[in-house]
Design a protein around this ligand. Structure first.
Ligand SMILES: Nc1nc2c(c(=O)[nH]1)N[C@H]1C(S)=C(S)[C@@H](COP(=O)(O)OP(=O)(O)OC[C@H]3O[C@@H](n4cnc5c(=O)[nH]c(N)nc54)[C@H](O)[C@@H]3O)O[C@H]1N2
Ligand SMILES: Nc1nc2c(c(=O)[nH]1)N[C@H]1C(S)=C(S)[C@@H](COP(=O)(O)OP(=O)(O)OC[C@H]3O[C@@H](n4cnc5c(=O)[nH]c(N)nc54)[C@H](O)[C@@H]3O)O[C@H]1N2
Ligand code: SF4
Ligand SMILES: [Mo]
Length: 703
């Protein structure tokens, strides 16, 4: 029996794995004592052990020859990858070798991957899928507070505040065990406001549901701030004592009067007033965002506007109040702190800060001048693949961009234009299918490592089963590749040794892990960073005395509304927004291989309002085509009055003809470089295909 954590999302629910009396994969149960999920698991967590079955996961390296992928020895596979890296670097320079990581990787892996890129490859070409996830919220939090940690308070605080505005988050499907805190909030007399263009299962729980046009959250936040000012809810004392920049923020809000905001967002003025009343009626309140407002080409400014609302009303930097972002991936938080981001060194240090470079270079035993500088962001990196001056050899670890990247047909073409693609994965993902070498690696319950959940709580995910023969860990892969690139030392494959080095690397940094140890995490059910010494209790709540800027003050950002990069027009008259459904995780590489989940959600679909469907002559279940300037997809229609009639929604979990990312717009936020997954313009038509049979279970490529 082993206590560990879920392989999937940022809630990192505590679970227990026990031997199965009937044999086969272990039994999974929720762990009551773990304070975040308190015993609850969603269907994905409950069925996660299916991924441990030998027929599901990869068990031998694969290399490509003229006939396609074939099994190979580890020696041959690793030699091929290292050989390609050396050849590309020699011919095109070190930046032509790239690395693409993932927010699901443990802290140890993220750390070693960043070190591998900077020390063994000496490349600036490294970034990761977290750029597609919460990078806008991270950028806005850093600008406003001087520090970014998903939630600056434990999740349980949500149940004890007075009002929560939940913006573009659907935890009823994306973090089901967290819904308990929203229910408790209401049982305790608090109120819930949900902002979502769809009336989701989460919106069903709310006291007030605002249903704006996709891409208009910035105007909405400014409209609420306008009303807070007009109705006398500004906390002048707090503003004077703890912030800077209010005059500009006030002016920005005053330019967004209620009628203008109603016209921009479609949210009626009385609802705007009601939201402000609920938010300001109690002394404590929170704004929480997820991907809805963040995955926009103005995501950073949008989150900044919601933070401005918190600051102006004194609902930040105080107990039971503040702004938080619900991070997404298992290690969405830690994955962005330890150096797989194009501009970062471990501990949330900046790659462009001379002091940070010196500290890390000394630890790594290299000259600070030898550390590369910042590279380009995830989409830009992927878009450079195979181009002159771009990346020619790529190592992917923990992502499946063929399904998850915006404008995915374009990115698939770029991946196939590489000289060499190596993919480390647990399963044969759609991206692995394109690879020259596939390295099969150990996964969650087969290995030990730390992850940092959405609260900034550093957790220990323990090995519970012995990995199958033929599989090695990501750390071992990096160790072996580093050796072949001439680094005999410095790349341990032992997680606890890597963590010990990570602790030293983060000492004195914003995300300071130096006081955290595996033993402490186990004894305390997680330790909140920053934790600068073994005696330090950790920091569940940030900013209560001061914000993290040198002057201790938070900064208003004062943004102004601007349209989405692509608004509907005559040719593409509807909005498309994309997101998730409860049964599948991300690109679906893992969950499409779990029979219960594949049966519950067998394939892609397009949600549309019955009025829109009637106008198009489309009935429930009939195939529709959705066309954007990037491509066309075909999927069955799902009629629901829960969505706006000018907007259609698609989940993005499937490859094939219904791959939502064939449509999405890779317009990037100028600060965070986040693509605009949540808004583009499309045309929807009834499919006029010659009698296509819809397979009952759409075939996942490589499934
Ligand atoms: N089941 C499941 N759970 C997951 C994941 C998964 O793939 N599947 N992935 C994990 C990860 S990595 C992440 S990042 C999180 C994401 O968690 P969420 O952010 O909760 O998930 P999404 O479905 O992407 O988006 C949330 C909501 O944003 C709404 N939305 C769309 N456009 C807009 C807009 O313009 N404004 C506003 N306000 N809302 C908008 C959508 O209708 C949707 O209901 O989930 C995590 N948990
Ligand atoms: N249209 C649209 N697209 C989106 C989004 C959206 O809302 N709309 N959301 C975006 C967001 S928020 C995210 S986070 C991305 C996620 O999209 P991806 O980056 O594609 O994430 P996953 O599907 O989780 O892919 C992880 C891959 O790594 C493998 N894997 C799992 N664990 C390990 C491990 O320990 N080591 C290794 N080497 N591999 C492992 C899995 O099997 C899987 O193939 O998608 C983005 N794409
Ligand atoms: S909510 Fe997230 S962490 Fe919890 S069981 Fe579901 S997928 Fe796993
Ligand atoms: Mo994410």
């Amino acid at each position: 029996m082993t206590d560990t954590h879920c392989p999937y999302c940022a809630l990192q629910c505590g679970m227990r794995l026990s031997p199965n009396p009937a044999g086969g994969v272990p039994e999974v149960t929720g762990r009551d004592a773990f304070p975040v999920n308190r015993g609850a698991l969603c269907g994905k967590g409950q069925t996660a052990a299916a991924l441990l079955a030998p027929g599901v996961r990869l068990t031998a390296p694969l290399v490509r020859d003229a006939d396609g992928l074939r099994e190979a020895s580890w020696e041959e596979a690793l030699d091929r990858v290292a050989g390609a890296m050396k050849a590309t670097a020699a011919a095109q320079g070190p930046d032509a070798v790239g690395v693409f990581g993932g927010g699901g990787l443990t802290n140890e892996k993220a750390y070693l991957l960043g070190k591998f890129a900077r020390v063994a490859l000496r490349t600036r070409s490294i970034d990761y899928n977290g750029r597609f996830c919460m990078s806008s919220a991270a950028a806005a939090s850093r600008a406003a507070f001087g520090l970014d940690r998903g939630l600056p308070f434990p999740l349980a605080d949500v149940a004890r505040t007075g009002c929560v505005i939940l913006v573009g988050a659907n935890p009823a499907e994306t973090m089901p065990p967290a819904v308990r805190y929203l229910r408790e909030l209401r049982e305790n007399g608090g109120t819930l406001v949900v902002v979502d263009p769809r009336r989701t299962r989460t919106a069903e729980l709310a006291d007030l549901h605002l249903q704006p046009l996709p891409g208009t959250d910035l105007a909405l936040a400014l409209g609420l701030l306008h009303l807070a000012v007009a109705e006398g809810h500004v906390d002048e004392e707090f503003i004077a004592a703890r912030t800077t920049g209010w005059a500009d923020a006030r002016a920005a809000a005053m330019a967004h009067w209620p009628e203008r905001v109603e016209a921009l967002t479609g949210v009626p003025v009385p609802q705007l007033r009601e939201a402000v009343a609920l938010f300001t009626r109690t002394p404590h309140a929170m704004v929480l965002t997820a991907r809805g407002p963040e995955q926009q080409s103005k995501g950073t400014a949008t989150v900044g506007a919601w933070i401005d609302l918190c600051l102006a009303t004194g609902r930040a930097g105080r107990p039971l109040s503040g702004y938080g972002c619900l991070t997404g991936q298992g290690n969405g938080q830690g994955g962005r702190e330890h150096g797989q981001k194009a501009d970062q060194l471990p501990g949330y240090r900046s790659l462009e800060d001379p002091g940070a470079r010196a500290h890390i270079a000394a630890l790594w035993g290299v000259d600070p001048g030898a550390l590369p500088h910042s590279g380009s962001s995830a989409y830009e990196l992927l878009d450079s693949l195979g181009r002159p001056g771009g990346v020619r050899t790529l190592l992917v670890m923990g992502s499946n961009p063929v399904v998850s990247a915006p404008d995915a047909a374009r990115i698939t073409r770029r991946l196939t234009a590489l000289d060499h693609l190596a993919v480390c994965d647990v399963v044969l993902s759609e991206t692995a299918l394109l690879a020259d070498v596939v390295l099969p690696v150990t996964q969650w319950a087969e290995e030990t490592g730390t992850l940092t959940n959405l609260e900034g709580r550093v957790l220990l995910r323990r090995a519970a089963v012995t990995p199958p023969a033929g599989v090695r860990s990501d750390l071992a892969v990096l160790h072996e590749l580093a050796q072949r690139l001439g680094h005999a030392t410095g790349f341990s494959s032992v997680p606890e040794e890597v963590f010990a080095e990570l602790r030293r690397a983060t000492a004195g940094a914003p995300a300071d892990y130096s006081g955290i140890s595996y033993d402490r995490i186990a004894a305390e059910d997680g330790v909140f960073w920053p934790c600068p010494s073994p005696e330090h209790p950790g920091t569940p709540r940030l900013f209560l005395d001061r914000f993290a800027h040198p002057d201790g003050r938070a900064r208003f950002t004062a943004p102004s509304h601007r349209p989405a990069a692509e608004e509907p027009d005559e040719a593409y008259p509807l909005y498309l927004t994309t997101g998730r459904t409860v049964s599948h995780y991300q690109s679906g590489a893992q969950t499409r291989r779990v029979p219960e989940l594949a049966a519950a959600a067998p394939g892609p679909y397009v949600e549309l309002h019955p009025d829109l469907a009637a106008g198009l002559g489309v009935r429930e279940g009939e195939l529709v085509t959705v066309t954007s300037r990037r491509g066309t997809v075909t999927a069955p229609a799902r009629l629901t009055a829960a969505i706006r009639a000018d907007t259609v929604f698609m989940p993005f979990h499937w490859p094939g003809a219904g791959r939502a990312n064939l449509l999405t717009n890779p317009a990037l936020d100028p600060v965070s470089r986040m693509p605009e997954f949540k808004v583009c313009a499309v045309r929807v038509e009834k499919a006029v295909l010659p009698r296509v049979r819809v397979p009952a279970v759409p075939v996942a490529v490589g499934a």
